[in-house]
Design a protein around this ligand. Sequence first.
Ligand code: HEM
Length: 169
Amino acid sequence: MTEAAVPAATDDRPLYDRLGGLPVVTFLAKTLVQRAMLNPTIGHIWNHKSQAEVQEEINGFIDFLGEHWGGPQTYTGPDMATAHRGMGVTEEYWNALFDDIVTPAYAEFGLPEREVREIDDFLRSFKDVVVGSPSFKDVLIANPEMDVLAGMASVGVHWPAPRNAAATH
Ligand code: HEM
């Protein structure tokens, strides 16, 4: 990023515009997914994804970020719990994503502190609906008669757990 592209701390435009719009959001989305695929801890998740699936995922990610960051995009994909339910994302995977990929990228790409804070808070806010789901295949192995179209809820595996599940009253 050139010095001229760095937005002032008082710039009141949406994050999308302060970052530089579609070219920068596209670059961030594709670079993060590309590095996730190459990462030794989480790369295996993409082992059997087709080129088209990966490209669709990146395009969906661009729309998702654009919609939330003030761009013109409309995200039409599944909500984040649905997108990651049955993926088996663990705490270790989550930490690999941030420690190996996301956090180093902020400095590498010279993003200003304010934008780093907003991006980081945004991405991390999805932790509860990304991390902790059992893998769908493991649920099936434990319940071989499960109706896979009815999903894991049909055999009593609810993820994320209903918000009031832990309530004691
Ligand atoms: C270790 C953590 C994560 C892993 C391993 C992961 C992995 C994946 C994979 C493999 C897909 C594609 C699903 C498919 O092809 O059906 C996906 C979808 C998606 N992920 Fe994640 N993800 C992680 C964290 C996040 C975070 C922090 C966000 C930020 C909001 C995010 C946003 C999305 C979105 C928007 C999609 C849907 C794209 C679409 O279908 O249009 N993911 N994720």
